[in-house]
Design a binder for this molecule. Structure first.
Ligand code: A2P
Length: 235
């Protein structure tokens, strides 16, 4: 069935290929295990227990979900801007391509991309990986993704497009996945406001900084390159 004849999915996104999923899971588990043993982490532990009684249970989450980077949450067409996203022309500005200007989503559906995972972050609510999108990949990024959460992260409107791009690795009990992108935007908003975070430790994987309120960011020395298929989930 052609895409245009089907209803819109729960969400569009890049789905990591199986072998790289395993690698990302192992790397983040290693990171969490190491983080757990650091004195600095123990010192800030009260930040965690106040907001979340339970620990972030990565392993439980991992069993159920395919690791992915959501581009547009469509909610089967009910989400604002879902149809516009699916129909968004490939070349926004090109006059030469007016006669052949297919929707980016349809054109790139099923293509494999190389995502760059540049950081891992942990908060009392979520664990995630930051995805740094290339110019090409931004073609598939909805224009309003950052602005959508302005009521929770006011500075989100001033952050560059693509700032919210992430892979949810785990959520504390009772926390919605949607929270992961919000947690990432909060950290990026602090960085943009000139708060670089407190550099806590140079780890093998990269430098670990603390941003207060239980927010930790590990900037990877070597970004993880992850092959991912642009597709959708109907759920
Ligand atoms: P995320 O992209 O942070 O992982 P659910 O299982 O809750 O229906 O969500 C399916 C996917 O869509 C998840 O990847 C989730 O979060 C994302 N998602 C859910 N709700 C929203 C929303 N309102 N805006 C953006 N992404 C959402």
């Amino acid at each position: 069935v052609p895409l245009e004849e089907t209803s819109l999915p729960l969400f569009f996104g890049w789905f990591l290929l199986p072998s790289i999923q395993d690698k990302v899971r192992c790397t983040s588990l290693d990171f969490l295990k190491t983080l757990d043993t650091l004195e600095a982490f123990k010192k800030h532990l009260p930040d965690f227990t106040v907001e979340a009684e339970k620990e972030v249970d990565l392993e439980q989450y991992f069993q159920a979900n395919a690791l992915h980077c959501t581009t547009k949450f469509c909610d089967y067409g009910k989400a604002e801007g879902a149809k516009e996203y699916a129909d968004k022309p490939f070349h926004q500005l090109s006059r030469w391509l007016v006669s052949y200007n297919p929707a980016a989503v349809k054109e790139l559906y099923g293509s494999v991309f190389e995502l760059s995972l540049s950081a891992l972050f942990v908060t009392p609510r979520t664990v995630g990986a930051r995805v740094s999108l290339s110019e090409d990949q931004l073609t598939l990024w909805p224009a309003d993704a950052e602005k959508e959460v302005v009521s929770v992260v006011p500075a989100a409107t001033t952050l560059p497009a693509g700032s919210r791009a992430h892979i949810t690795l785990g959520c504390a009990e009772g926390v919605e996945q949607l929270q992961t992108g919000i947690d990432l935007l909060e950290i990026l908003a602090l960085q943009q406001a000139g708060q670089e975070g407190e550099l806590v430790e140079e780890m093998e994987l990269g430098s670990l900084s603390y941003y207060g309120k239980g927010r930790w960011l590990l900037s990877l020395r070597e970004p993880i390159s992850a092959q991912a298929c642009f597709s959708s989930l109907y759920g």
